[in-house]
Design a protein around this ligand. Sequence first.
Ligand code: UDP
Length: 238
Amino acid sequence: MQKLEMIYEGKAKRVYATEDPKLLIVDYKDDATAFNGEKRGTIVGKGVINNQMSNRLMRRLEQAGVPTHFVEELSERETLVRRVEIVPLEVIVRNRSAGSFSKRYGVEEGRVFDAPTIEFSYKNDALGDPLINSSHVIALGLAAPEELELIRRYAFRVNEVLSALWASRGITLVDFKLEFGRLADGTIVLADEISPDTCRLWDSATGKKLDKDRFRRDLGGVEDAYAEVMRRLCEHDE
Ligand code: UDP
């Protein structure tokens, strides 16, 4: 499958059309941004890791009954995916307090929740991706009630599968962001990526942050942390 014209360039990926209107090619970059694009940088090798990690996790999720856009890994940085219309929501699941949640509610980072939480942000750069509730999502027609219910169910299922997977590698899944899309027939599938850019991953033994917070907070060792997470994922695999 060949890349045709670029149809979208995001912060971390480029998306290309193919000769099949139902399929796209995603090409992962090493560019990193944070705080709605205010902080910019490069994480050398990130594109390769995020591509391969996301594909591996999506295959696992498919096996666990969560449909995804993943089709085939084409190269180190490129993947063939099903074309979707993205539902303009960031779907965030949390097991422990961190980041914006800690700030908003004045809860120390790392507090384990009595039950996992879910929240939605409206994907809109101009507005800074504001928090949005499910009633607002329906009112604005961003997703139908049945779609939102399915998204919620899939998101918690992703949390069960990935929390167990990472725990078996000595890593705590603190929180993560998902995006969903609609295929041409309206089927909801998991899209975008799952990587240290979109998850908080802490070493279970030491609490060391092994994710994009190292970049956001200038903690150093960013490349090493991404490589470490990838190494642990691949360690005792297929
Ligand atoms: N996240 C993301 N993209 C965003 C915002 C958040 O991938 O635009 C991820 C983030 O890496 C973390 C989770 O979603 O794993 C929750 O992030 P939070 O709401 O705490 O925001 P942050 O503190 O990252 O601004």
